[in-house]
Design a protein around this ligand. Structure first.
Ligand SMILES: [Zn+2]
Length: 387
């Protein structure tokens, strides 16, 4: 009975396009936001609308039991990636072979549907709960994390307080207690242009850049050995883009690379960047002709970790094991909204139905059984919550 309900909710959510407006064909999250508001109005549940970006609002659903109780936050993003290149109808919400297909089915409307179904079920039962429950449906996870940033800002200012949080992303109902962060930045090398028939009168920026690339490779090798986090492994460091050269017969005077450096919990992103910058400036000082600039990060996101023995982790693992036969604690290489909540002091894990392998794919789907199990697991967790 309840199982059917969560599938209906998921189908309705998938049928509402909500591509992040910064991506091709972006429609924004407003229609999903309105759907969540209507969901609350129908149940008579209070909700709060938070403007995260002009015209783009988070919606916070409140199942409040009393001010004296702690509050558990269930958070899921409403935006999806684009639908270009999809091999299935992105908004049909078709169910077949135990799966529901469509853009966002797995990332992360399966989680949002499960969270809404949990609140609806507990509200309908009218039973007293040991914890308040908020469901935050937020904007802009796929691009700039500005939805969760606004939520975190309000937590930091004391407008909202949470004892713990579950961020809904496809983890196949495993519990992600730690994930990596990232910084991305440019390094530019400046040479002296000249005719390629007389390279001795020029400084070749592309050839000079090879010293920087060699440094990145050595740094990556050093990190693999020297820094290993028990949940997420070692930091990684890669050159992901390169631009340089004006024409086939001109010695290039400029070359730019992008460095992508994944951080592990405990690393401060700006300290990591400063250390790489200092190394490169030193390399430049001892390498004849190497003139370079290390730009500040244009992307910065934090790694996160919640202690494996935190009550949230214990209780969620126990409930998940009950329903699925076994739940592992995992580290993840990707980023999520969770790090922004941990940053403002909310112990957070990432947990939800579906596999990250199906996120953003051309035939995105989620296994219905996992969506149903997510409802049972979170319902049980809330009913039996112990602070
Ligand atoms: Zn996601």
């Amino acid at each position: 009975m309840q199982d059917r309900r969560v599938i209906q909710l998921l189908q309705e959510l998938v049928r509402i396009p909500s591509i992040n407006p910064a991506l091709p064909g972006g429609t924004g999250e407003a229609d999903i936001g309105r759907y969540v508001q209507t969901f609350c109005e129908r149940l008579g549940l209070p909700f709060e609308v938070q403007e995260a970006v002009a015209g783009r609002d988070n919606v916070i659903v409140r199942l409040d039991q009393g001010d004296h109780l702690p509050t558990l936050l269930l958070e899921a993003h409403m935006d999806t990636v684009q639908t270009e290149g999809m091999t299935i109808p992105p908004y049909a919400g078709e169910c077949r072979d135990g799966r529901l297909y469509g853009r966002g089915a797995c990332d992360t409307k399966g989680s949002l549907a499960a969270m809404l179904a949990v609140v609806e079920k507990l509200h309908a039962s009218g039973e007293p709960l040991p914890v308040n429950v908020h469901v935050a449906a937020v904007v802009d996870e796929e691009v700039n994390y500005r939805g969760v940033a606004e939520l975190a800002r309000r937590i930091e200012q004391g407008e909202l307080a949470y004892a713990a949080a579950i961020v809904g992303e496809p983890t196949e109902l495993q519990i992600v207690t730690a994930h990596k962060g990232v910084i991305r930045f440019y390094v530019e090398v400046e040479g002296v242009a000249g005719h390629s028939s007389e390279p001795e009168h020029a400084i070749n920026a592309i050839e000079q850049m090879t010293a920087v690339i060699r440094y990145v490779n050595e740094e990556a090798a050093r990190l693999r050995i020297e820094l290993v986090h028990p949940m997420v492994g070692s930091p990684v460091c890669s050159v992901t883009q390169i631009h340089g050269g004006r024409s086939p017969n001109v010695i290039p005077d400029r070359c730019q690379i992008t460095i992508d450096r994944r951080t592990v919990p405990g690393e401060e992103p700006m300290a990591v960047w400063t250390s790489i910058r200092d190394d490169l400036l030193e390399l430049s000082a001892r390498t004849p002709g190497l003139r370079l600039v290390v730009r500040e990060p244009f992307i910065l996101d934090y790694a996160m970790e919640t202690a494996s023995d935190h009550p949230l982790v214990d209780q969620l693992a126990a409930r998940a094991t009950l329903h699925t036969g076994g739940a592992q604690l995992l580290g993840a290489p990707y980023c999520s909204d969770a790090s922004k909540l941990v940053r403002v002091g909310v112990p957070t894990v990432v947990f939800g139905p579906g596999s990250i392998a199906q996120a953003h794919t051309s035939d995105e789907w989620v296994e219905l059984r996992q969506v149903e199990q997510a409802v049972d697991i979170m319902t049980d967790l809330i009913r039996s919550w112990q602070s």
